[in-house]
Ligand binder design. Structure first.
Ligand SMILES: *Cc1c(COP(=O)(O)O)cnc(C)c1O
Length: 235
């Protein structure tokens, strides 16, 4: 199979897996967005999926992403930054992307706010639901405070929450998803504009259906769409 045929096949498989999970969970068709995670993959793959109707793409590495964003600038793509954020990269992230999923501290939020020009940047707070020591994300107990800081920043628009659960048992995953969901509902109650707080970014290739069952509105899919990545990029 050539690459285009392969991507076409994967894309339709994922679309139907999402639809299947939506109906199994009694959720409205189209309530779960697909974020195509294209890190390490060439711009030609992104363009091929775009031609099939995919609009939202996620990237993890700033320089690699910026090269692709530049080369695909004539396509109407919504770019999501889902990688770790170094503070010396905030300016370029605030300029090149439409969404950032990985905010976990005030300093980064205020730097993005200062650098953003034009339409507000859509923001998700990354929560360290499992309180894993090695992982980024705000602790659940500090979430409200960080949210309040972001609400006050005019160039950021807080849209929801995100998590990267540890690869664990299905039962633990389910518990993580449920925790994130309830933090989301709780914060929505407090949000000054709850109608824009509409995004729960959870679920990857291995837990797509489970995440949709537990209320995800955006699944971030890399491997199942594009195939395996080089070993170093296991995330
Ligand atoms: C790489 C990555 C994904 C995609 O993971 P797959 O298992 O390949 O679907 C999703 N979210 C984040 C934050 C990632 O870094």
């Amino acid at each position: 199979m050539d690459r285009i045929a392969e991507l076409t096949h994967h894309f339709s498989q994922i679309k139907s897996a999402i639809q299947h999970a939506e109906s199994a969970a009694n959720r409205e068709r189209g309530s779960v967005h697909l974020l195509a995670v294209s890190k390490t993959k060439p711009a030609s793959d992104i363009e091929a999926l775009f031609r099939l109707g995919q609009r939202q793409f996620g990237e993890n590495y700033v320089q690699e992403a910026v090269n692709k964003i530049d080369s695909l600038s004539d396509l109407d793509i919504e770019w999501h930054y889902i990688g770790h954020i170094q503070s010396n990269k905030t300016k370029i992230i605030a300029t090149a992307f439409d969404w950032v999923h990985t905010i976990d501290r005030e300093k980064i939020a205020s730097r993005l706010n200062e650098a953003r020009v034009g339409k507000p940047l859509n923001i998700l707070i990354q929560v360290n639901v499992d309180l894993a020591e090695t992982k980024s994300g705000v602790a659940p107990g500090d979430l409200k405070r960080l949210a309040e800081t972001i609400w006050a920043l005019p160039n950021l628009r807080l849209r929801g929450l995100m998590s990267i659960p540890d690869p664990v048992s299905e039962e633990d995953l389910k518990r993580s998803h449920q925790t994130l969901r309830s933090l989301f509902e709780e914060l929505k109650q407090a949000h000054p504009a709850p109608e824009i707080f509409d995004t729960l970014s959870m679920g990857m290739t291995n837990d797509l259906a489970l995440a949709v069952t537990e209320g995800s509105t955006m699944v971030r899919i890399g491997t199942a769409l594009f195939g395996a990545r080089p070993p170093k990029d296991s995330l």
